[in-house]
Design a protein around this ligand. Structure first.
Ligand SMILES: [Zn+2]
Length: 160
C-alpha cells in the first residue's frame, strides 16, 4: 500500500497525498480501483433485463433536478429497467436553465415495470395517476408519447 493513483489521470503519488495534485480527486489503490469500476459496470449490466430494454424511449417520471433523476435511475435499475435522462424542455423555457428538471425515459418494454416501481416509491410523474380512469390514462400516455416523439425529433435535428 505504497503508491496511490488518481482514478482520473492515473498519476501515481508516492507521498502522503490523499488527493491528486493535478485533478484534486481522492486517490485510490492501484488495481483495486480498476477491479471496482469494471465490477460495478458488470453488476450494472447484469441488473438490466434485456426484455425491459426494447422499444422507443418514453418518459416515465419527472425529476426536479439531476440528483433526484439519478436516484430514480438507481431505483429503476434495481428492477432491471435501464433509463436515460433528458433535460425537461418546455415550449418557451430558455435553454439556459441547465440546472432545471429532468425527464426520466425508459424503453417502451420497461415502461410498465418502471411505472409500478415508481408508483410504489411514490415517484411517478403524474401524482393523480392512481385515481385516473383507464381511458384518461391511455390518452395521457398517448400525449406523453407524442411529446416524447417531438422531443426525440427535436433532439435529432439539433444533435446529441
Ligand atoms: Zn489526477
Amino acid at each position: 500500500m505504497n503508491d496511490l493513483v488518481c482514478p482520473a489521470c492515473g498519476t501515481a503519488h508516492a507521498g502522503g497525498e490523499r488527493f491528486c495534485t493535478s485533478c484534486g480527486l481522492p486517490l485510490v489503490h492501484p488495481g483495486a480501483h480498476e477491479e471496482e469500476t469494471v465490477g460495478e459496470r458488470h453488476a450494472r449490466m447484469r441488473k438490466i433485463k434485456p426484455q425491459l430494454s426494447e422499444g422507443q424511449l418514453v418518459m416515465v417520471a419527472g425529476a426536479r433536478h439531476q440528483p433526484e433523476a439519478e436516484m430514480i435511475q438507481g431505483i429503476l435499475l434495481e428492477e432491471g429497467v435501464p433509463s436515460t435522462l433528458r433535460r425537461t424542455r418546455g415550449f418557451d423555457v430558455p435553454e439556459m436553465l441547465a440546472a432545471g428538471p429532468r425527464d426520466v425515459l425508459v424503453p417502451r418494454s420497461g415502461l410498465e415495470t418502471a411505472r409500478e416501481v415508481l408508483l410504489q416509491a411514490d415517484l411517478l410523474a403524474t401524482g393523480s395517476a392512481r385515481a385516473t380512469p383507464p381511458v384518461r390514462l391511455a390518452l395521457g400516455l398517448l400525449v406523453a408519447v407524442a411529446v416524447v416523439a417531438l422531443i426525440v425529433l427535436a433532439g435529432t435535428a439539433i444533435g446529441p
